[in-house]
Design a protein around this ligand. Structure first.
Ligand SMILES: *[C@@H]1O[C@H](CO)[C@@H](O)[C@H](O)[C@H]1NC(C)=O
Ligand SMILES: *[C@@H]1O[C@H](CO)[C@@H](O)[C@H](O)[C@H]1NC(C)=O
Ligand SMILES: *[C@@H]1O[C@H](CO)[C@@H](O)[C@H](O)[C@H]1NC(C)=O
Ligand SMILES: *[C@@H]1O[C@H](CO)[C@@H](O)[C@H](O)[C@H]1NC(C)=O
Ligand SMILES: *[C@@H]1O[C@H](CO)[C@@H](O)[C@H](O)[C@H]1NC(C)=O
Ligand SMILES: *[C@@H]1O[C@H](CO)[C@@H](O)[C@H](O)[C@H]1NC(C)=O
Ligand SMILES: *[C@@H]1O[C@H](CO)[C@@H](O)[C@H](O)[C@H]1NC(C)=O
Ligand SMILES: *[C@@H]1O[C@H](CO)[C@@H](O)[C@H](O)[C@H]1NC(C)=O
Length: 538
């Protein structure tokens, strides 16, 4: 899927479980949502370019339907098909939790429409609390206060809890600070309602507001939790439902990321192996064999740990330290077809003493007072939803250290990925009676299509296999690719099955494996994870 200029449009993100990186250079906030009034019917207003926007009123608390409301920001790329062929809304969730579905569809809706067909409205919505939806999840009074408390350094999304002897204790204190702030600033007690079960209820309201009874949905990464939760709560409201890059739902609902890490090191090994195969012209961090590359990387990491390096570029400046380097590695594993060549270049430059490329690999524009910022507040949204969903986590240092140490036997990335549990140990707002799993339904009104990659660094295939067992009749479709969710690489084969599923209700044969239309290090500068998005003739 690519834009006309050939830049890859879809790539995996650095934010916890989000799968879509929203290109920061593309201004998507050109529509003023405050000009809209929320209502219980969908009144569409033209927005962005070729899109329509609306705000839907839903109960903040579904057990108190006459109480306060939330408003859900919804965007659609309207169906271009004749009325007789119209098939209603197809909702997309980009992951997180915390990512804006509106931004995702404004950026990718046209590509999605070529995959699924013009019979559908391609619909993005901001889950309650997020971005253009209200009430807005925020623990801070101003953007400056937020910036001073959580500096916007995307080079470090998962601070390593093994970066120093007191790193875990400091992380614990940091997330306790945010958890306490959340409690102190939870006006009207709205945060307890920002949970996945309520987002699923909102999806049913959206579907019904379109005049349809059953959900049509594609969710990636955390979107798999949302889809599986919907199918568990409303098994008879499943029209078509694809979950893609599937989490271990029991792990998610217990803030236990251990089962997410089983393939992270395998994904890193593909970096070493494909770099050797690519040769020095295409892989800048090349060495004659994989173990030599691993050794060089370990030596570089040790060196940076002992002595961080300053980077000054025209766009940004800062320091590449152990945390930044480890996070860059993990981020690259989300979208290897795009990320391995620039990662290799950044590692080679860093080894030669130039930290510029490494520093700018994932950096958005620096914070500026008064500048328009993403209104997604991703860390606050993540903490509120993921931790509000999960069973409470003990917040003593000893049990968190024991959790981390157990996870180190599963992955060398445990120091980064185990931090999600530390985040949740700070969270104290848990609504009684919320859905906490287990997911599953004996008989959904239509079988789920469940998608997993052969090697996914944060949602291993085992999560998809487990979900298939929880929803009898569902079918597993495997993408033979490295990276996070099917968005990691184009695959005409996958697009064909998606379209057949949505349009004709056809499921792939059991055991179907699709090839990816991309190879690692295909091009020295950037990957070739781009494609026309045209569905195949099959
Ligand atoms: C919430 O929305 C419903 C339906 O539109 C409306 O009847 C109700 O008055 C709203 N509640 C508040 C507190 O505004
Ligand atoms: C944690 O850091 C120490 C160095 O301070 C290192 O020796 C150890 O191997 C690291 N542990 C893991 C599991 O990476
Ligand atoms: C986390 O999950 C793993 C299995 O993936 C399990 O072995 C471990 O006991 C769990 N930890 C906690 C604290 O529940
Ligand atoms: C890998 O390459 C290194 C560096 O050239 C060399 O010293 C080492 O013997 C090689 N190892 C293997 C297993 O070929
Ligand atoms: C460092 O690398 C950047 C490219 O990432 C380049 O523009 C810059 O000139 C290099 N700096 C030095 C001192 O070589
Ligand atoms: C499963 O659900 C479908 C549609 O709701 C229904 O037609 C079918 O009879 C159900 N099957 C069983 C075994 O309950
Ligand atoms: C759906 O089925 C129709 C009729 O069997 C067929 O013509 C069409 O090609 C199929 N569409 C897809 C996307 O497979
Ligand atoms: C990517 O490169 C591989 C090998 O060069 C090629 O087979 C594949 O068609 C390319 N994919 C695209 C979408 O260009």
């Amino acid at each position: 899927m690519s834009e006309a200029n050939g830049e890859t449009m879809l790539s995996s993100s650095f934010l916890f479980l989000a799968a879509l990186q929203l290109t920061t250079t593309l201004a998507v906030s050109q529509f003023d949502w405050e000009t809209l009034d929320a209502g219980t019917t969908l009144k569409w207003t033209p927005c962005y370019q070729g899109f329509q926007c609306t705000l839907l009123q839903v109960p903040l608390d579904y057990t108190a339907p006459t109480g306060s409301n939330a408003s859900i920001a919804i965007v659609r790329l309207p169906s271009a098909a004749p009325k007789s062929e119209y098939r209603g809304p197809l909702l997309f969730n980009p992951g997180g939790p915390g990512s804006s579905g509106v931004d995702a569809i404004v950026q990718n809706g046209a590509a999605f429409a070529t995959i699924f067909g013009s019979e559908f409205d391609i619909v993005g919505f901001d889950p309650r609390g997020i971005s253009y939806s209200t009430p807005h999840i925020s623990f801070f009074n101003t953007d400056v206060e937020r910036e001073l408390t959580i500096p916007s350094n995307p080079n470090i999304v998962y601070p390593s809890i093994n970066a120093s002897s007191d790193a875990l204790a400091r992380e614990l204190a940091h997330w306790q600070l945010l958890g306490k702030l959340a409690v102190a600033r939870d006006e009207g007690g709205y945060l307890q309602h920002m949970t996945t079960d309520n987002i699923a209820r909102d999806m049913l309201r959206i579907t019904e507001a379109f005049g349809f009874g059953k959900l049509q949905y594609w969710g990636v990464s955390y979107g798999s939790v949302l889809g599986a939760t919907f199918a568990s709560l409303f098994p008879d409201k499943v029209g078509r439902l694809i979950i893609d890059g599937v989490l271990d739902m029991d792990g998610y609902y217990h803030a236990n990321s251990t089962s997410q890490m089983t393939e992270t090191d395998t994904a890193l090994q593909t970096f070493f192996d494909s770099c050797v195969a690519a040769g020095p012209a295409r892989c800048a961090f090349h060495a004659p064999n994989a173990s030599a590359i691993a050794t060089n990387l370990a030596a570089l990491t040790t060196r940076i740990r002992a002595q961080p390096v300053a980077a000054v570029t025209p766009a940004a400046h800062g320091i590449v330290d152990f945390d930044a380097l480890r996070n860059a590695l993990l981020a690259a594993l989300f979208a290897p077809y795009d990320s391995f060549p620039p990662l290799a270049q950044a590692l080679a430059d860093l080894a030669a003493g130039n930290a510029s490329a490494m520093y700018t690999l994932n950096a958005p524009p620096p914070f500026a007072c008064g500048a328009p910022r993403s209104s997604a507040n991703p860390l606050e949204s993540y903490m509120t939803i993921a931790c509000g969903d999960a069973a409470p986590v003990a917040d003593d240092l000893a049990s968190l250290r024991a959790f981390y140490e157990a996870a180190t036997s599963v992955s060398s990335f445990a120091d980064l990925l185990a931090s999600t549990r530390v985040v949740c140990s700070g969270w104290k707002i848990h609504r009684e009676g919320r859905f906490q799993g287990p997911i599953g339904a004996r008989n959904t009104s239509f079988p789920l299509l469940i998608v997993g990659n052969t090697v996914d660094p944060v949602t291993p295939l085992a999560g998809a296999v487990k979900a298939v067992q929880a929803f009898p009749g569902s079918v597993l479709l495997t993408l033979d690719a490295i990276g996070h969710t099917s968005l990691t690489a184009p695959s005409r084969c996958i697009y064909g099955y998606f379209r057949e599923y949505f349009v004709n209700g056809t499921l792939p044969a059991l055991g179907t494996v699709c090839p990816a239309d991309a190879v690692l290090f295909a091009d020295g500068r950037k990957g070739n994870a781009t494609a026309s998005g045209t569905p195949p003739k099959r």
